[in-house]
Design a protein around this ligand. Structure first.
Ligand code: CO8
Length: 262
């Protein structure tokens, strides 16, 4: 299946949903039009049981996303800025919380809103050419799509503050060292690396994969005791699935499991 929007390309293939942000002339900068389309697409994906893993990348060989669209923001009032920020935040929270795991395949610049988008994904794979940063203070603003919160949660408060205050842009190696990316791949192997990871996830039992995502996300936003209590509930839920019976029967029978996602 292929759905084409104006600024976003979407394809599904064997359980993998591939989103390509598609404004290459503006280095895939996030304008209202692109954000609205991404919002609708995420609603579509969240309800599609056939899509088990999502990959998100940018079109062209230069940028993943070079940030929110600066020409659109240039003349915004404070109130309009807050509305735009809340709109983007809501979409990135939706992305973070759709049931399926989401892999960011970062093919180039991931700046400002682009870095924030990558951070709202579950796993980040960077091309050797990728560059990351939150350059907002060099434009007279703060990150507005969750960057001040997700960056510090991901790489720690001290390192996050250094990147936020300096507007420094770091390469893939440094991003890896900071814990901002999981994997670095050669540029021409980025998508195949993301697909291989997606296929590995697809080979596992899907209900627990999605429950792991929900449990990690829920736990990160609460205290340890509440997070652990949530884990006990979803752990119990797994025993109501056919895949739990299959997984454990296969182990005991010394064979590979045949998971059905039920
Ligand atoms: N917005 C709009 N257009 C952009 C953006 C952007 N963020 N980035 C690049 N473009 C456009 C350029 O204007 C240029 O257009 P044109 O060809 O029509 O002149 C085209 O893309 C190509 O860009 P460059 O010619 O600049 O390409 P270079 O290779 O010379 O440079 C860079 C690449 C370094 C990525 C450079 O384009 C750049 O610095 N871009 C801006 C990066 C940035 O500052 N991003 C952060 C934006 S702020 C943000 O994301 C805040 C998020 C929260 C918002 C909350 C709202 C309240």
């Amino acid at each position: 299946m292929v759905t084409t929007y104006n600024n976003v390309l979407y394809q599904t293939d064997n359980g993998i949903g591939m989103i390509t942000l598609n404004r290459p002339k503006a280095l895939n900068a996030l304008n209202s039009g692109l954000l609205k389309e991404l919002d609708s697409l995420l609603d579509e994906i969240a309800q599609d049981d056939n899509v088990k893993v999502v990959i998100i990348t940018g079109s062209g060989d230069k940028a993943f996303v070079a940030g929110a669209d600066i020409s659109e923001m240039q003349s915004m009032s404070a109130l309009a800025g807050r509305t735009f920020g809340k709109f983007g935040q809501a979409i990135f929270s939706k992305l973070e919380n759709i049931p399926q795991p989401v892999i960011a395949a970062v093919n180039g610049f991931a700046l400002g809103g682009g870095c924030e988008l990558a951070m709202a994904c579950d796993i980040r794979i960077a091309s050797e050419k990728a560059k990351f940063g939150q350059p907002e203070v060099s434009l007279g603003i703060v990150p507005g799509f969750g960057g001040t919160q997700r960056l510090s949660r991901l790489i720690g408060k001290g390192r996050a503050k250094e990147l936020l205050y300096t507007a420094d842009i770091v390469d893939a190696q440094e991003a890896y060292r900071l814990g901002l990316v999981n994997i670095i791949a050669p540029a021409d192997e980025l998508i195949s690396t993301a697909k291989a990871l997606a296929e590995k996830i697809l080979s596992r039992a899907q209900v627990p994969v999605q429950l792991c995502k929900a449990a990690v996300n829920t736990g990160m936003d609460t205290d340890l005791e509440s997070g652990i209590a949530y884990e006990a509930e979803v752990f119990g839920l797994c025993f109501a699935t056919a895949d739990q019976k299959e997984g454990m029967t296969a182990f005991v029978g010394k064979r590979k499991p045949n998971f059905t996602g039920k």
